[in-house]
Design a protein around this ligand. Structure first.
Ligand code: ZN
Length: 493
Protein backbone atom coordinates (compact mmCIF):
# COMPACT_ATOMS: atom_id res chain seq x y z
CA UNK A 1 0.00 0.00 0.00
CA UNK A 2 1.22 3.48 -0.76
CA UNK A 3 1.13 6.10 1.97
CA UNK A 4 -2.55 6.30 3.02
CA UNK A 5 -2.30 10.02 3.78
CA UNK A 6 -1.79 10.64 0.06
CA UNK A 7 -4.90 8.66 -0.75
CA UNK A 8 -6.92 10.50 1.89
CA UNK A 9 -5.73 13.87 0.56
CA UNK A 10 -6.69 12.80 -2.96
CA UNK A 11 -10.16 11.75 -1.78
CA UNK A 12 -10.65 14.96 0.23
CA UNK A 13 -9.68 17.05 -2.78
CA UNK A 14 -12.28 15.31 -4.91
CA UNK A 15 -15.15 14.82 -2.43
CA UNK A 16 -14.59 17.79 -0.14
CA UNK A 17 -12.90 17.44 3.26
CA UNK A 18 -16.31 17.26 4.98
CA UNK A 19 -16.98 13.96 3.29
CA UNK A 20 -13.77 12.21 4.28
CA UNK A 21 -14.22 11.33 7.95
CA UNK A 22 -11.21 10.34 10.00
CA UNK A 23 -12.13 11.48 13.50
CA UNK A 24 -12.68 8.38 15.70
CA UNK A 25 -16.01 9.75 16.97
CA UNK A 26 -17.27 10.24 13.41
CA UNK A 27 -16.07 6.78 12.40
CA UNK A 28 -17.60 4.93 15.36
CA UNK A 29 -21.10 4.26 13.95
CA UNK A 30 -19.60 2.80 10.77
CA UNK A 31 -17.34 0.44 12.72
CA UNK A 32 -20.05 -1.12 14.86
CA UNK A 33 -22.50 -3.76 13.70
CA UNK A 34 -26.06 -4.33 14.82
CA UNK A 35 -25.40 -7.01 17.39
CA UNK A 36 -22.30 -5.38 18.84
CA UNK A 37 -20.38 -8.67 18.71
CA UNK A 38 -17.50 -7.26 16.70
CA UNK A 39 -15.95 -3.90 15.93
CA UNK A 40 -14.23 -3.04 12.69
CA UNK A 41 -11.47 -0.55 11.93
CA UNK A 42 -10.91 1.73 8.96
CA UNK A 43 -8.63 4.49 7.72
CA UNK A 44 -11.59 6.70 6.90
CA UNK A 45 -15.24 6.85 5.95
CA UNK A 46 -15.93 8.57 2.65
CA UNK A 47 -19.32 9.82 1.55
CA UNK A 48 -19.49 10.41 -2.20
CA UNK A 49 -22.63 12.11 -3.52
CA UNK A 50 -22.99 10.46 -6.93
CA UNK A 51 -21.93 7.51 -9.05
CA UNK A 52 -19.02 9.36 -10.65
CA UNK A 53 -17.63 10.12 -7.20
CA UNK A 54 -18.07 6.48 -6.13
CA UNK A 55 -16.11 5.44 -9.21
CA UNK A 56 -13.40 7.96 -8.37
CA UNK A 57 -13.05 6.55 -4.84
CA UNK A 58 -12.88 2.95 -6.02
CA UNK A 59 -10.34 3.78 -8.72
CA UNK A 60 -8.15 5.71 -6.30
CA UNK A 61 -8.34 2.92 -3.73
CA UNK A 62 -7.56 0.28 -6.37
CA UNK A 63 -4.48 2.24 -7.46
CA UNK A 64 -3.36 2.58 -3.84
CA UNK A 65 -4.12 -1.07 -3.02
CA UNK A 66 -6.54 -0.05 -0.26
CA UNK A 67 -9.71 -2.10 0.35
CA UNK A 68 -13.18 -0.54 -0.04
CA UNK A 69 -16.11 -1.67 2.07
CA UNK A 70 -19.48 -0.36 0.89
CA UNK A 71 -22.06 0.49 3.52
CA UNK A 72 -25.73 1.40 3.27
CA UNK A 73 -27.68 1.53 6.52
CA UNK A 74 -25.23 -0.80 8.27
CA UNK A 75 -28.07 -2.97 9.57
CA UNK A 76 -26.72 -6.37 8.43
CA UNK A 77 -26.60 -9.37 10.75
CA UNK A 78 -23.47 -11.16 9.55
CA UNK A 79 -20.77 -8.48 9.64
CA UNK A 80 -20.82 -8.09 5.86
CA UNK A 81 -20.37 -4.32 6.07
CA UNK A 82 -17.83 -4.41 8.86
CA UNK A 83 -14.51 -2.95 7.68
CA UNK A 84 -11.28 -4.73 8.53
CA UNK A 85 -9.09 -1.86 7.44
CA UNK A 86 -9.26 0.27 4.31
CA UNK A 87 -11.97 2.75 3.41
CA UNK A 88 -15.66 2.59 4.28
CA UNK A 89 -17.62 3.92 1.33
CA UNK A 90 -20.98 5.13 2.61
CA UNK A 91 -23.67 5.27 -0.06
CA UNK A 92 -26.01 7.31 2.15
CA UNK A 93 -25.73 10.47 0.05
CA UNK A 94 -26.76 8.65 -3.14
CA UNK A 95 -30.37 8.81 -2.04
CA UNK A 96 -32.21 10.25 -5.01
CA UNK A 97 -35.29 8.96 -6.73
CA UNK A 98 -34.19 9.09 -10.37
CA UNK A 99 -37.39 8.10 -12.13
CA UNK A 100 -40.76 6.46 -11.66
CA UNK A 101 -42.49 5.00 -14.69
CA UNK A 102 -46.06 4.01 -13.80
CA UNK A 103 -46.70 2.50 -17.24
CA UNK A 104 -43.61 0.31 -17.06
CA UNK A 105 -44.40 -0.24 -13.35
CA UNK A 106 -40.83 0.52 -12.38
CA UNK A 107 -38.89 2.89 -10.16
CA UNK A 108 -35.26 3.90 -10.56
CA UNK A 109 -33.54 4.70 -7.28
CA UNK A 110 -30.05 5.30 -5.99
CA UNK A 111 -28.44 2.81 -3.63
CA UNK A 112 -28.57 5.05 -0.57
CA UNK A 113 -32.32 5.51 -0.53
CA UNK A 114 -33.83 4.22 2.70
CA UNK A 115 -36.10 1.25 1.99
CA UNK A 116 -39.10 2.95 3.63
CA UNK A 117 -38.59 5.94 1.30
CA UNK A 118 -38.66 3.64 -1.75
CA UNK A 119 -41.90 2.12 -0.42
CA UNK A 120 -43.31 5.62 0.17
CA UNK A 121 -42.40 6.82 -3.33
CA UNK A 122 -44.16 3.81 -4.83
CA UNK A 123 -47.15 4.35 -2.60
CA UNK A 124 -47.38 8.04 -3.56
CA UNK A 125 -47.76 6.86 -7.16
CA UNK A 126 -50.54 4.47 -6.13
CA UNK A 127 -48.31 1.41 -6.43
CA UNK A 128 -46.50 -1.07 -4.23
CA UNK A 129 -42.82 -1.82 -3.74
CA UNK A 130 -43.22 -5.00 -1.72
CA UNK A 131 -39.80 -5.54 -0.09
CA UNK A 132 -40.46 -5.25 3.64
CA UNK A 133 -38.33 -6.03 6.68
CA UNK A 134 -37.98 -5.00 10.29
CA UNK A 135 -35.17 -2.50 9.63
CA UNK A 136 -36.92 -0.80 6.68
CA UNK A 137 -36.79 2.60 8.38
CA UNK A 138 -32.99 2.62 8.37
CA UNK A 139 -31.70 0.00 5.91
CA UNK A 140 -30.90 1.27 2.42
CA UNK A 141 -31.90 -0.28 -0.88
CA UNK A 142 -28.30 -0.81 -2.05
CA UNK A 143 -27.65 -2.91 1.03
CA UNK A 144 -30.90 -4.80 0.50
CA UNK A 145 -29.84 -5.62 -3.05
CA UNK A 146 -26.23 -6.48 -2.31
CA UNK A 147 -27.43 -8.93 0.36
CA UNK A 148 -30.48 -10.12 -1.60
CA UNK A 149 -32.64 -9.30 1.42
CA UNK A 150 -35.67 -11.44 2.15
CA UNK A 151 -38.14 -10.14 4.72
CA UNK A 152 -41.82 -10.72 5.14
CA UNK A 153 -43.12 -10.39 1.56
CA UNK A 154 -41.02 -13.13 -0.04
CA UNK A 155 -43.89 -15.59 -0.14
CA UNK A 156 -45.83 -13.39 -2.55
CA UNK A 157 -43.16 -11.34 -4.32
CA UNK A 158 -39.82 -13.13 -3.93
CA UNK A 159 -36.48 -12.00 -2.52
CA UNK A 160 -34.85 -8.65 -3.32
CA UNK A 161 -33.22 -10.05 -6.46
CA UNK A 162 -36.64 -10.95 -7.86
CA UNK A 163 -37.66 -7.29 -7.67
CA UNK A 164 -34.81 -5.96 -9.81
CA UNK A 165 -34.98 -5.13 -13.51
CA UNK A 166 -31.63 -3.38 -13.88
CA UNK A 167 -28.55 -2.15 -12.03
CA UNK A 168 -25.83 0.45 -12.20
CA UNK A 169 -22.61 -0.89 -10.71
CA UNK A 170 -19.14 0.50 -10.05
CA UNK A 171 -16.60 -2.20 -10.80
CA UNK A 172 -13.37 -2.90 -8.93
CA UNK A 173 -11.31 -0.94 -11.47
CA UNK A 174 -13.58 2.10 -11.19
CA UNK A 175 -15.51 1.56 -14.41
CA UNK A 176 -19.26 2.11 -14.30
CA UNK A 177 -21.53 -0.58 -15.74
CA UNK A 178 -24.80 1.02 -16.78
CA UNK A 179 -27.32 -1.79 -16.73
CA UNK A 180 -30.26 0.43 -15.76
CA UNK A 181 -32.74 -1.13 -18.15
CA UNK A 182 -36.33 -1.52 -17.11
CA UNK A 183 -36.91 -4.64 -19.17
CA UNK A 184 -38.89 -7.67 -18.12
CA UNK A 185 -37.45 -9.73 -20.94
CA UNK A 186 -33.80 -9.49 -21.94
CA UNK A 187 -31.83 -12.55 -22.97
CA UNK A 188 -29.03 -10.63 -24.64
CA UNK A 189 -26.15 -12.56 -23.13
CA UNK A 190 -25.40 -13.32 -19.48
CA UNK A 191 -27.70 -11.73 -16.92
CA UNK A 192 -24.96 -9.75 -15.21
CA UNK A 193 -27.12 -8.12 -12.55
CA UNK A 194 -27.38 -11.41 -10.69
CA UNK A 195 -23.62 -11.43 -10.17
CA UNK A 196 -23.91 -8.33 -8.02
CA UNK A 197 -27.23 -9.05 -6.30
CA UNK A 198 -26.43 -10.97 -3.12
CA UNK A 199 -22.66 -10.76 -3.53
CA UNK A 200 -22.32 -8.49 -0.48
CA UNK A 201 -20.19 -5.84 -2.14
CA UNK A 202 -17.42 -8.29 -3.05
CA UNK A 203 -17.82 -8.16 -6.84
CA UNK A 204 -18.94 -4.57 -7.49
CA UNK A 205 -20.72 -1.66 -5.80
CA UNK A 206 -24.38 -1.20 -6.69
CA UNK A 207 -25.05 2.53 -7.07
CA UNK A 208 -28.58 2.52 -8.56
CA UNK A 209 -31.32 0.09 -9.53
CA UNK A 210 -34.51 -0.18 -11.57
CA UNK A 211 -37.05 -1.96 -9.38
CA UNK A 212 -40.41 -3.55 -10.12
CA UNK A 213 -43.60 -2.00 -8.84
CA UNK A 214 -46.87 -3.84 -8.27
CA UNK A 215 -50.53 -2.93 -7.89
CA UNK A 216 -51.44 -2.14 -4.30
CA UNK A 217 -53.75 -4.63 -2.61
CA UNK A 218 -57.27 -3.34 -2.02
CA UNK A 219 -57.68 -5.07 1.31
CA UNK A 220 -55.68 -7.21 3.68
CA UNK A 221 -56.49 -9.36 6.64
CA UNK A 222 -54.17 -10.60 9.36
CA UNK A 223 -54.82 -13.49 11.73
CA UNK A 224 -52.88 -14.95 14.63
CA UNK A 225 -53.31 -18.70 14.83
CA UNK A 226 -52.59 -21.25 17.57
CA UNK A 227 -51.51 -24.72 16.43
CA UNK A 228 -50.81 -28.13 17.93
CA UNK A 229 -47.43 -28.60 16.22
CA UNK A 230 -45.13 -27.55 13.38
CA UNK A 231 -46.69 -30.37 11.33
CA UNK A 232 -50.06 -28.70 11.85
CA UNK A 233 -48.52 -25.40 10.71
CA UNK A 234 -47.41 -27.07 7.49
CA UNK A 235 -50.85 -28.63 6.96
CA UNK A 236 -52.51 -25.24 7.50
CA UNK A 237 -50.04 -23.57 5.15
CA UNK A 238 -50.74 -26.10 2.41
CA UNK A 239 -54.47 -25.70 2.82
CA UNK A 240 -54.27 -21.88 2.65
CA UNK A 241 -51.90 -21.91 -0.30
CA UNK A 242 -54.22 -24.22 -2.21
CA UNK A 243 -57.35 -22.23 -1.41
CA UNK A 244 -56.13 -18.63 -1.31
CA UNK A 245 -53.50 -18.91 -4.07
CA UNK A 246 -51.68 -15.61 -4.56
CA UNK A 247 -53.87 -13.93 -1.91
CA UNK A 248 -51.74 -15.67 0.75
CA UNK A 249 -49.10 -12.98 1.26
CA UNK A 250 -47.49 -14.07 4.54
CA UNK A 251 -47.25 -17.15 6.71
CA UNK A 252 -44.88 -16.55 9.62
CA UNK A 253 -44.06 -19.01 12.39
CA UNK A 254 -43.45 -18.31 16.08
CA UNK A 255 -42.46 -20.96 18.64
CA UNK A 256 -44.13 -20.55 22.06
CA UNK A 257 -41.00 -19.18 23.77
CA UNK A 258 -40.92 -16.37 21.21
CA UNK A 259 -44.45 -15.23 21.97
CA UNK A 260 -43.76 -15.51 25.69
CA UNK A 261 -40.78 -13.15 25.58
CA UNK A 262 -42.49 -10.65 23.28
CA UNK A 263 -45.34 -10.44 25.80
CA UNK A 264 -42.81 -10.09 28.63
CA UNK A 265 -40.61 -7.38 27.13
CA UNK A 266 -42.40 -5.51 24.36
CA UNK A 267 -44.14 -2.40 25.65
CA UNK A 268 -47.86 -2.51 24.85
CA UNK A 269 -47.78 -6.10 23.52
CA UNK A 270 -50.99 -8.00 24.21
CA UNK A 271 -51.67 -11.72 24.07
CA UNK A 272 -53.38 -12.29 20.71
CA UNK A 273 -55.06 -15.58 21.65
CA UNK A 274 -56.40 -17.14 24.83
CA UNK A 275 -54.49 -20.09 26.21
CA UNK A 276 -51.11 -21.41 25.16
CA UNK A 277 -50.35 -23.43 22.07
CA UNK A 278 -47.50 -25.58 20.82
CA UNK A 279 -46.88 -23.32 17.82
CA UNK A 280 -48.19 -20.06 16.37
CA UNK A 281 -48.57 -18.66 12.89
CA UNK A 282 -49.24 -15.17 11.64
CA UNK A 283 -51.26 -15.36 8.44
CA UNK A 284 -51.85 -12.49 6.04
CA UNK A 285 -54.19 -12.48 3.05
CA UNK A 286 -54.31 -9.63 0.53
CA UNK A 287 -56.80 -9.11 -2.25
CA UNK A 288 -56.52 -7.04 -5.39
CA UNK A 289 -59.95 -7.17 -7.01
CA UNK A 290 -62.89 -4.88 -6.26
CA UNK A 291 -65.49 -6.67 -4.20
CA UNK A 292 -62.99 -9.19 -2.80
CA UNK A 293 -62.69 -8.67 0.92
CA UNK A 294 -59.61 -10.22 2.50
CA UNK A 295 -61.31 -10.36 5.91
CA UNK A 296 -64.25 -12.36 4.58
CA UNK A 297 -61.90 -14.73 2.75
CA UNK A 298 -59.83 -15.21 5.91
CA UNK A 299 -62.93 -16.03 7.94
CA UNK A 300 -64.11 -18.65 5.47
CA UNK A 301 -60.69 -20.28 5.09
CA UNK A 302 -59.86 -20.38 8.80
CA UNK A 303 -63.32 -21.73 9.70
CA UNK A 304 -62.82 -24.49 7.15
CA UNK A 305 -59.34 -25.21 8.51
CA UNK A 306 -60.72 -25.40 12.04
CA UNK A 307 -63.39 -27.87 10.90
CA UNK A 308 -60.64 -29.99 9.40
CA UNK A 309 -58.71 -29.91 12.68
CA UNK A 310 -55.82 -27.96 11.19
CA UNK A 311 -55.77 -25.28 13.87
CA UNK A 312 -56.48 -24.91 17.58
CA UNK A 313 -57.62 -21.31 17.73
CA UNK A 314 -57.44 -18.15 15.66
CA UNK A 315 -57.85 -14.42 16.22
CA UNK A 316 -58.66 -12.19 13.25
CA UNK A 317 -57.48 -8.62 13.45
CA UNK A 318 -60.58 -6.47 13.66
CA UNK A 319 -58.86 -3.29 12.55
CA UNK A 320 -55.76 -2.05 10.78
CA UNK A 321 -54.33 -1.14 14.19
CA UNK A 322 -54.82 -4.68 15.42
CA UNK A 323 -53.31 -6.09 12.22
CA UNK A 324 -50.25 -3.92 12.85
CA UNK A 325 -50.17 -5.07 16.49
CA UNK A 326 -50.11 -8.72 15.35
CA UNK A 327 -47.26 -7.94 12.95
CA UNK A 328 -45.44 -6.09 15.73
CA UNK A 329 -45.45 -9.28 17.84
CA UNK A 330 -43.62 -11.03 15.02
CA UNK A 331 -41.27 -8.20 14.09
CA UNK A 332 -40.11 -7.40 17.61
CA UNK A 333 -38.86 -10.95 18.22
CA UNK A 334 -35.20 -10.22 17.44
CA UNK A 335 -35.25 -7.16 19.65
CA UNK A 336 -36.85 -8.74 22.71
CA UNK A 337 -34.44 -11.65 22.62
CA UNK A 338 -31.75 -9.26 23.86
CA UNK A 339 -33.62 -8.94 27.16
CA UNK A 340 -33.24 -12.69 27.73
CA UNK A 341 -29.44 -12.59 27.69
CA UNK A 342 -27.04 -13.82 25.05
CA UNK A 343 -28.33 -15.57 21.97
CA UNK A 344 -26.79 -17.78 19.33
CA UNK A 345 -28.48 -17.30 15.99
CA UNK A 346 -28.93 -19.47 12.94
CA UNK A 347 -30.59 -18.33 9.73
CA UNK A 348 -31.43 -21.48 7.85
CA UNK A 349 -33.75 -22.86 5.21
CA UNK A 350 -34.84 -26.34 4.23
CA UNK A 351 -37.35 -27.57 1.66
CA UNK A 352 -40.78 -26.77 3.06
CA UNK A 353 -41.69 -30.45 3.18
CA UNK A 354 -38.85 -30.99 5.68
CA UNK A 355 -39.40 -27.94 7.87
CA UNK A 356 -41.31 -29.74 10.67
CA UNK A 357 -38.58 -32.41 10.76
CA UNK A 358 -35.91 -29.72 10.99
CA UNK A 359 -37.69 -27.92 13.84
CA UNK A 360 -38.21 -31.14 15.80
CA UNK A 361 -34.69 -32.49 15.33
CA UNK A 362 -32.83 -29.25 15.89
CA UNK A 363 -34.90 -28.31 18.95
CA UNK A 364 -34.39 -31.69 20.53
CA UNK A 365 -30.65 -31.79 19.77
CA UNK A 366 -29.99 -28.29 21.13
CA UNK A 367 -32.03 -28.83 24.29
CA UNK A 368 -30.18 -32.10 24.90
CA UNK A 369 -26.81 -30.39 24.40
CA UNK A 370 -27.39 -27.73 27.05
CA UNK A 371 -30.10 -28.12 29.68
CA UNK A 372 -31.98 -24.88 30.33
CA UNK A 373 -31.33 -23.47 26.87
CA UNK A 374 -34.43 -21.87 25.31
CA UNK A 375 -35.11 -22.36 21.61
CA UNK A 376 -36.49 -19.19 20.01
CA UNK A 377 -37.43 -20.40 16.53
CA UNK A 378 -39.41 -18.06 14.33
CA UNK A 379 -39.58 -16.77 10.84
CA UNK A 380 -40.70 -17.12 7.31
CA UNK A 381 -42.27 -20.57 7.47
CA UNK A 382 -43.86 -20.24 4.05
CA UNK A 383 -40.41 -19.66 2.54
CA UNK A 384 -38.89 -22.61 4.41
CA UNK A 385 -36.70 -20.10 6.28
CA UNK A 386 -36.42 -20.19 10.06
CA UNK A 387 -34.41 -17.96 12.36
CA UNK A 388 -33.37 -20.76 14.68
CA UNK A 389 -32.16 -18.72 17.62
CA UNK A 390 -31.06 -20.02 20.98
CA UNK A 391 -31.42 -18.00 24.18
CA UNK A 392 -28.98 -18.77 26.97
CA UNK A 393 -30.12 -20.71 30.04
CA UNK A 394 -31.27 -18.18 32.68
CA UNK A 395 -28.45 -17.21 35.01
CA UNK A 396 -25.65 -18.56 32.82
CA UNK A 397 -22.63 -16.37 32.09
CA UNK A 398 -23.38 -14.86 28.65
CA UNK A 399 -19.76 -15.19 27.52
CA UNK A 400 -19.71 -18.87 28.45
CA UNK A 401 -22.88 -19.38 26.44
CA UNK A 402 -21.51 -17.56 23.40
CA UNK A 403 -18.37 -19.69 23.61
CA UNK A 404 -20.58 -22.63 22.64
CA UNK A 405 -21.52 -20.98 19.31
CA UNK A 406 -19.35 -23.34 17.24
CA UNK A 407 -20.78 -26.39 18.97
CA UNK A 408 -24.33 -25.31 18.20
CA UNK A 409 -23.40 -24.37 14.64
CA UNK A 410 -22.28 -27.92 14.12
CA UNK A 411 -25.44 -29.41 15.61
CA UNK A 412 -27.87 -27.15 13.75
CA UNK A 413 -26.02 -26.90 10.46
CA UNK A 414 -25.36 -30.64 10.25
CA UNK A 415 -29.11 -31.20 10.52
CA UNK A 416 -29.71 -28.50 7.89
CA UNK A 417 -27.17 -30.11 5.56
CA UNK A 418 -28.69 -33.57 6.08
CA UNK A 419 -32.07 -32.12 5.05
CA UNK A 420 -30.59 -30.46 1.94
CA UNK A 421 -30.98 -26.96 3.34
CA UNK A 422 -28.94 -23.76 3.47
CA UNK A 423 -26.90 -22.47 6.42
CA UNK A 424 -27.32 -18.87 5.21
CA UNK A 425 -30.88 -18.44 4.01
CA UNK A 426 -31.60 -14.74 4.35
CA UNK A 427 -28.92 -12.65 6.08
CA UNK A 428 -26.02 -13.69 3.88
CA UNK A 429 -22.53 -14.87 4.74
CA UNK A 430 -20.47 -11.75 5.54
CA UNK A 431 -17.79 -12.52 8.07
CA UNK A 432 -19.76 -14.63 10.44
CA UNK A 433 -20.79 -17.47 8.14
CA UNK A 434 -17.79 -17.67 5.83
CA UNK A 435 -16.21 -20.63 7.62
CA UNK A 436 -19.59 -22.37 7.58
CA UNK A 437 -19.92 -21.67 3.86
CA UNK A 438 -16.47 -23.12 3.27
CA UNK A 439 -17.49 -26.18 5.26
CA UNK A 440 -20.90 -26.89 3.75
CA UNK A 441 -20.86 -25.48 0.21
CA UNK A 442 -20.39 -27.73 -2.74
CA UNK A 443 -16.64 -27.61 -3.58
CA UNK A 444 -17.32 -26.92 -7.23
CA UNK A 445 -19.63 -24.06 -6.27
CA UNK A 446 -16.92 -22.61 -4.03
CA UNK A 447 -14.40 -22.90 -6.83
CA UNK A 448 -16.75 -21.05 -9.18
CA UNK A 449 -17.29 -18.33 -6.58
CA UNK A 450 -13.54 -17.86 -6.20
CA UNK A 451 -13.11 -17.74 -9.97
CA UNK A 452 -15.77 -15.03 -10.22
CA UNK A 453 -14.14 -13.04 -7.45
CA UNK A 454 -10.73 -13.32 -9.12
CA UNK A 455 -12.18 -12.28 -12.49
CA UNK A 456 -14.15 -9.28 -11.26
CA UNK A 457 -11.84 -8.10 -8.50
CA UNK A 458 -8.34 -9.39 -9.26
CA UNK A 459 -6.75 -6.99 -6.78
CA UNK A 460 -9.07 -8.14 -3.97
CA UNK A 461 -10.10 -4.54 -3.27
CA UNK A 462 -13.85 -4.94 -2.74
CA UNK A 463 -14.90 -6.02 0.75
CA UNK A 464 -12.03 -8.49 1.07
CA UNK A 465 -12.42 -11.44 3.40
CA UNK A 466 -16.22 -11.43 3.23
CA UNK A 467 -18.28 -14.35 1.94
CA UNK A 468 -15.11 -16.19 0.91
CA UNK A 469 -12.38 -16.48 3.50
CA UNK A 470 -8.86 -15.12 3.06
CA UNK A 471 -7.36 -18.51 3.70
CA UNK A 472 -6.40 -20.76 0.84
CA UNK A 473 -9.42 -22.80 -0.22
CA UNK A 474 -10.07 -26.09 1.51
CA UNK A 475 -11.51 -27.64 -1.62
CA UNK A 476 -10.03 -30.90 -2.77
CA UNK A 477 -11.19 -31.10 -6.33
CA UNK A 478 -9.09 -32.16 -9.26
CA UNK A 479 -8.06 -28.73 -10.53
CA UNK A 480 -8.81 -27.97 -14.14
CA UNK A 481 -6.37 -26.07 -16.34
CA UNK A 482 -7.97 -22.68 -15.69
CA UNK A 483 -8.24 -22.87 -11.95
CA UNK A 484 -5.13 -24.87 -11.06
CA UNK A 485 -2.82 -21.94 -10.46
CA UNK A 486 -5.48 -20.34 -8.37
CA UNK A 487 -6.08 -23.42 -6.26
CA UNK A 488 -2.41 -23.62 -5.53
CA UNK A 489 -2.79 -20.30 -3.80
CA UNK A 490 -1.44 -17.81 -6.32
CA UNK A 491 -4.46 -15.60 -5.65
CA UNK A 492 -5.82 -15.28 -2.18
CA UNK A 493 -8.85 -13.48 -0.83
ZN1 ZN B 1 -36.09 -12.76 8.55
Amino acid sequence: MTDPSRLLAQLAAHLGADHVLTDPADLAPYLAETRGLQRGHALAVVRPADTEAVAFVVRACAEAGVPVVAQGGNTGHVGGGLPQGGIVLSLARLNRLRALDPVNASITVEAGMVLADVQAAASAAGMLFPLSLASEGSCRIGGNLSTNAGGTAVLAYGNARDLVLGLEVVLADGRIWNGLKGLRKDNAGYDLKHLFLGSEGTLGLITAAVLKLYPRPISRSVAFVGLTSAEAALALFRSLRAEAGPALTAFEYIAPFGLEIVLRHRAGARRPLAGSHAAYALVELSTHRPGEDAGALMEVLLARAQDQGLLDAAALAASEAQANAFWDLRESLSEVQKAEGASIKHDVSVPLSRLPAFLARATQACEAEMPGLRVCAFGHFGDGNIHFNLSQPPGMDPAAFLAAWERFNRIVHDIVAALDGSIAAEHGVGLRKRAELARYADPVALDLMRSLKAALDPGNILNPGKVLSDEAPRVEVAPGPVSSGFLEGSTKF
